[in-house]
Design a protein around this ligand. Structure first.
Ligand SMILES: [Ca+2]
Length: 398
C-alpha cells in the first residue's frame, strides 16, 4: 500500500509515461499514505539504467545493462554494511527482538539491482493517457477473472459490505487491479526487496532520504511481524516494493489493517481471499470511507465563469463545497447537487485528446490512499463497475 510514493509507481507508469502528475503534485503537500502496495500487475522496468548503489562494488554497475539481467548479490552483502547492521541493532532494541536474529535476517538479504531499477522514476514529459491506462485493467481477461472471484467469494464480499460499508465492487476492483485476483502477487523475496530499498534506494532520486526512511520503517515492521507470528523472514514473497498477498499490503498496512475475516484464527493475505477482502475494506474504513457516498459525479464546465486554475489547485484533495465548485464554473447535476461533503476536480489526461474530468468525493480520495493516483483510482472504480455489470448479465442470462 502504498506507498505514499510517487516513485513506487513510477515504474508502473513507465509505459504510459509518468501518468500521475496530478497525484504526484498532490503527494508532496499531503500527509503520507500508509501505502498499501504497488500494483504487481505492471512490472515494466524503467528504461533508465540503474546507477550503482552507494557502497556497492563498482563492477556491479556494468551488470545492470538491459541485455543481461543483473544477478542479485547473494551472500553476506548487508552483513558487511555498517549502516545495515546498525539499523539491525536499533530494531532489536526498539522492538525487543533478539539482536542476532535481526542481524542474521538483514545480513542474509540479497541486494537486488532490478528492484532498485524498478524504483527509478520514469522519465517525465510524455502525455498521460487515461484511455490507455484504463485499457490495461478494464479488459476481458481481468473482467472474467473478476466475475469468477466475486462468485467464489460472495459471502465474504457481502459481509465486508455490511461490516465496513465498502461496496463489493470497490474491493473487487482493488484486488483485480493489484494482482489480477491473485495471479500476480509477486515473486520477490520480501526481505530482499525491503532491504535493497532501505539501503540502496535509487541514489539520484529527489526524495532519497525520505524514501529510504520509509523502507527502513517497513523493514522494521516486517521483521517485527515475522517475529511475532513466527514466520521465517526469508520466506515471504511479493512485489518488488515489499507488498504482499492478494491486496498487496505493505508491512505497515498489514500491521494496521489486515484482519482475519474467514475466522480461522490467523491472517493470510496470500491464500485467504476472505482475509484479503476484509482487510481491504478495513483499510478503506481506516482512511475515512463514507458508506453510501458515491466515489465521483460527472462534471461539465460553464466556460463563461470557469476558473480551472482554482479548481485544479487542490489537486485530488476534496476541498470545494457544491456551491464553491459551481461558482468556479464546474457544473453538476442531479444527485451531485445534493452532495454534502467536499469535492475535487479530477483531471484525467488523454494524450493529444481532450482530458476527461469528474468530481471526486471523499471516497474517491480514499481509494487514492491505496495508490496515490487518480488514474489508479478510476481504473479500480471502473473495473469494479464493469465486473459487477458482467456478473449481473451472467446471472440474468441463466
Ligand atoms: Ca484467516
Amino acid at each position: 500500500m502504498s506507498l505514499r510514493s510517487p516513485l513506487l509507481y513510477a515504474a508502473f507508469f513507465v509505459a504510459l509515461s509518468s501518468t500521475t502528475a496530478l497525484a504526484w503534485a498532490a503527494k508532496d503537500t499531503q500527509k503520507p499514505a500508509a501505502g498499501a502496495h504497488k500494483p504487481a500487475a505492471a512490472k515494466k522496468p524503467a528504461k533508465k539504467a540503474a546507477a550503482a548503489p552507494a557502497g556497492a562494488p563498482k563492477k556491479l554497475a556494468k551488470k545492470t545493462s538491459a541485455k543481461t539481467p543483473p544477478k542479485p548479490i547473494v551472500g553476506p552483502f548487508y552483513a558487511t554494511r555498517l549502516e545495515a547492521m546498525a539499523l539491525a541493532d536499533d530494531i532489536a532494541t526498539r522492538r525487543n527482538l533478539d539482536r542476532t536474529w535481526v542481524r542474521e535476517a538483514i545480513g542474509q538479504a540479497n541486494f537486488l539491482p532490478q528492484v532498485q531499477r524498478l524504483m527509478t522514476p520514469a522519465p517525465t514529459g510524455a502525455a498521460k493517457n487515461w484511455a490507455a491506462y484504463r485499457a490495461r485493467f478494464v479488459e476481458p481477461r481481468r473482467i472474467a477473472a473478476g466475475v469468477d472471484f466475486w462468485q467464489a467469494n460472495k459471502a465474504a464480499l457481502d459481509k465486508a459490505e455490511r461490516d465496513f460499508g465498502v461496496p463489493a465492487q470497490v474491493i473487487v476492483g482493488i484486488i483485480g487491479v493489484e494482482t489480477l485476483y491473485g495471479a500476480h502477487t509477486g515473486d520477490f523475496r520480501t526481505m530482499d526487496a525491503l532491504t535493497t530499498l532501505a539501503f540502496d534506494y535509487p541514489p539520484d532520486h529527489p526524495r532519497l532520504a525520505e524514501r529510504s526512511a520509509y523502507f527502513k520503517g517497513e523493514l522494521e515492521q516486517f521483521l517485527s511481524q515475522c517475529n511475532r507470528t513466527n514466520v521465517d523472514p526469508l520466506a515471504p514473497r511479493g512485489s518488488y516494493a515489499g507488498a504482499y498477498g492478494l491486496p498487496q499490503f505493505m508491512p505497515s498496512s498489514q500491521v494496521r489493517y489486515a484482519i482475519d475475516f474467514d475466522g480461522d484464527g490467523r491472517i493470510d493475505l496470500l491464500n485467504s481471499p476472505a482475509d484479503a477482502i476484509g482487510s481491504v475494506a478495513n483499510y478503506f474504513k481506516g482512511y475515512g470511507w463514507e458508506p453510501g457516498l458515491p466515489t465521483h459525479y460527472p462534471v461539465a464546465f460553464d466556460t463563461t465563469r470557469l476558473d480551472k486554475d482554482a479548481l485544479m489547485a487542490p489537486d485530488i484533495l476534496p476541498t470545494f463545497t457544491v456551491a464553491s465548485f459551481t461558482a468556479k464554473g464546474a457544473v453538476l447535476q442531479g444527485p451531485a447537487l445534493e452532495h454534502q461533503g467536499p469535492l475535487a476536480l479530477i483531471e484525467l489526461q488523454n494524450g493529444a485528446d481532450a482530458p476527461s474530468y469528474v468530481a471526486g468525493t471523499q471516497n474517491f480520495y480514499a481509494i487514492t490512499r491505496y495508490n496515490q493516483s487518480s488514474y489508479y483510482a478510476m481504473a479500480v472504480i471502473e473495473l469494479g463497475e464493469t465486473v459487477r455489470a458482467a456478473l449481473l448479465a451472467e446471472t440474468l442470462g441463466r
